[in-house]
Write a protein that binds this ligand. Structure first.
Ligand code: UD1
Length: 342
C-alpha cells in the first residue's frame, strides 16, 4: 500500500490539531511532533476522541536535531506539514532572537532531515503577514509583492519562504514545497473537542471575544473606529479553522502530483472581508450573549483592510472555503463553553 504517513510539527497546536483530524479522515496517518510549550495534552485527547485512533506523539523541540532525526530514522515518512513556530507578534518584537532561532533553526532542521531521508513533500505554514502593507490594493493575490513586515515574527515567515525557495532552486535538493499563506484563522471543531487554547491573554480578536463573553476578560477593546471602512473598524478575512485544515489535505494531494522540485505559494482565506464590528454584532446575535466592549485607540501596526484573492487555491488545489465567519463564531463559542464547564 502507498505510504501516506505525514509528520506534523506543531500538531498539538490550534491549526495543527484540526489538520491531523482531517488527515486521518482522508486516509492519511499522522505523526505529531510538538514540544507542548504552546499547547496541551488535551488537544491530543480531543484529536483521538474525534478520530477514534491513537496518534503517535513525540514531545520534542524541533531545534533539537538529534531527537528530530530519531523520528525520521524510525518512521517511514512520506510528507511533512510544518506548523511548529512561535506566532505572537508583540512578543517577537521583545524577543527577536528567540523568534529567529526557533522559527528558522526549526525549519532548517526539518528541511535538512527531509533531504537526508528522501521526504520531498513539504507544506509550510505561512501567513498573509508576508505581504506587509500592500500598496493600493486590499485584496491580495500571490503575486502581490512581498512588503516590509514590521515584526520579527513576520520576518521569520518571509525568511522561511525564502529559505525554502532557495532549497527548491538548488540542484542538490529534490523538494516540492507548498507555502500556505493563512489569513485570519478562527473557530473550532464543531464537535467542541478541539479548538484554540491561547497562552495567557489572547492577542487575536476571536479568542478575546469568547473569553470576554465567558467572563475571563472584563472588556474587549476595539482598536480604532476611524478607519476608512464602512463602519470605521478594520476588515479581515476570517477563515474557519476546519476549512483551513482541509486545505492542507488538498495541498498534500497536489504535492503528490509534482515531479521534481517546485514551490508554490497559496493564499488561504474566504475572499471576503468582515469588519471587527461585524464580528461583535454577529457574536451577540448568534449566541444571545451581550459583550462588554468599547472603542479604544488604534493598535500600532494594524492594517486597515486586507483579504485574500482565492482563485489560485481553487485552481491549483481544488480547495475553496465552505464555512462562514458565522459558523466560526458559533463553533468558537461552543468550544469556549466546553472550557468553562471543565
Ligand atoms: C495577527 C497578526 C498576524 C498573524 C495573525 C494570526 C498583527 C499585527 N498581525 O493578525 O501577523 O498572522 O494575527 O492570526 O498582530 N482587534 C481588536 N481588539 C482585540 C484584538 C484584535 O479590535 O482585542 C482587532 C485588530 O485591531 C484587527 C482585528 O481585530 O483589526 C484582527 O486582529 P487579530 O485577530 O489580532 O489579527 P491580525 O492583526 O489581522
Amino acid at each position: 500500500m502507498e505510504n501516506k504517513t505525514i509528520l506534523v510539527s506543531g500538531g498539538a497546536g490550534y491549526i495543527g490539531s484540526h489538520t491531523v483530524v482531517e488527515l486521518f479522515k482522508a486516509g492519511y496517518q499522522a505523526i505529531i511532533v510538538d514540544d507542548f510549550r504552546a499547547s496541551s495534552e488535551r488537544m491530543i485527547t480531543g484529536v483521538q476522541d474525534l478520530i477514534q485512533t491513537d496518534v503517535k506523539v513525540y514531545r520534542i523541540d524541533i531545534c533539537d536535531k538529534d531527537k528530530l532525526e530519531e523520528i525520521f530514522a524510525s518512521n517511514k515518512i512520506s510528507g511533512i506539514i510544518h506548523f511548529a513556530a512561535l506566532k505572537a507578534v508583540g512578543e517577537s518584537v521583545e524577543e527577536p532572537l528567540m523568534y529567529y532561532r526557533n522559527n528558522l533553526h526549526g525549519l532548517i532542521n526539518m528541511v535538512e532531515l527531509a533531504d537526508k531521508y528522501g521526504v520531498n513533500n513539504f507544506v509550510f505554514s505561512s501567513s498573509c503577514t508576508v505581504y506587509g502593507e500592500p500598496k493600493g490594493t486590499r485584496k491580495v493575490h500571490e503575486g502581490t509583492p512581498i512588503g516590509h513586515t514590521p515584526s520579527p515574527y513576520g520576518a521569520t515567515k518571509q525568511m522561511g519562504e525564502r529559505i525554502l525557495q532557495d532549497c527548491v532552486n538548488s540542484s542538490k535538493l529534490n523538494l516540492a514545497v507548498l507555502s500556505l499563506r493563512y489569513f485570519n484563522p478562527v473557530g473550532a471543531h464543531p464537535s467542541g473537542l478541539i479548538g484554540e487554547l491561547p497562552n495567557g491573554k489572547p492577542n487575536n480578536l476571536m479568542p478575546f471575544v469568547t473569553q470576554t463573553a465567558a467572563g475571563i476578560r472584563e472588556k474587549l477593546t476595539v482598536f480604532g473606529n476611524d478607519y476608512n471602512t464602512a463602519d470605521g473598524t478594520c476588515i479581515r478575512d476570517f477563515i474557519h479553522v476546519v476549512d483551513l485544515a482541509q486545505a492542507h489535505v488538498s495541498g498534500l494531494e497536489w504535492l503528490s502530483t509534482v515531479e521534481g522540485s517546485n514551490m508554490e505559494f497559496v493564499n488561504l482565506g474566504t475572499g471576503k472581508g468582515t469588519s471587527v464590528l461585524e464580528i461583535i454584532n454577529n457574536f451577540e446575535q448568534l449566541t444571545g450573549v451581550k459583550l462588554n466592549w468599547e472603542f479604544g485607540s488604534r493598535r500600532e501596526g494594524d492594517l486597515e483592510e486586507i483579504f485574500a484573492e482565492t482563485k489560485k487555491a481553487e485552481e491549483l488545489l481544488g480547495w475553496k472555503s465552505k464555512l462562514t465567519f458565522k459558523d466560526a463564531i458559533v463553533d468558537a463559542w461552543n468550544w469556549e463553553q466546553k472550557l468553562m464547564n471543565e
